[in-house]
Write a protein that binds this ligand. Sequence first.
Ligand SMILES: [Zn+2]
Length: 189
Amino acid sequence: MTSEHNPIVLPLPERRRFLSWGVGTALALALAVAPVLARTGERSLAFYNLHTGESLRTTYWQDGRYLPQELAAVNHILRDHYSNEERPMATALLDLLFDLQQRLDLRQPFEVVSGYRSPATNAMLRERGSGVAKHSLHMVGEAIDVRLPHGQLEQLRHAAYRLHDGGVGYYPHSRFVHLDVGRVRRWRG
Ligand SMILES: [Zn+2]
């Protein structure tokens, strides 16, 4: 469940498709990735942690300000469930999830397969041969593995691709999408 293979950047068929796109497609893509995050109002997220059974609905941002107490609750539900360690999750990652939620008009919580991973947990998973990256962004609170209650894995993956913002790993067999706010790359697990 926690596997995270090393990225294989853009499989060849996708690269060909990308190169064959015309100007019209490029324009459509530019419109598709235009930011939808408003500067006022609220940003809310809902999580269900598959390992601990915990749920959280939170408004973590309001009128231009991240709310520290709410961020603390997010850090807690996304903690390393092996060691119970927490660390601040990147607010950019939360905004990425919020953006995807808006674009896909999601009403259900994100189901969390893996949030923060301590270095010890990451090393343990690597020893198990789970295909976990040595310098995983999970260890710095910049990555999350999620699925949606009613499938929609393909939609989530493609919406994340369209954002063209950070890493997107697609794991159809384990039924989750890895999202991070590192450099732009794509892979399939
Ligand atoms: Zn991951």
